[in-house]
Design a protein around this ligand. Sequence first.
Ligand SMILES: [Zn+2]
Length: 89
Amino acid sequence: MATPKHLSTIKRFGARYGRRVKERFASVERSQRSKHKCPYCNKVAARFKAVGIWECKNCKSRFTGKAFSPTKKIITKIEKAVVAVQKAD
Ligand SMILES: [Zn+2]
């Protein structure tokens, strides 16, 4: 069975640890390895340096954030409703 592309980073675990755990880990790792918006220059260039430390490749600033993403993403009920309405259109 072929592994879906978005789960390709967890191939290294083989058949171990279970599907659900690996899928959750893949989503965290995807966020960790992708570029994020820099709070100083607003460019999507901030990358993971170490746990809680982020570095912008554009303005060379180094700043602290959450462990696996620079900011905590909180989706409120209102935002969920807005997204649902947008999808309906
Ligand atoms: Zn920057």
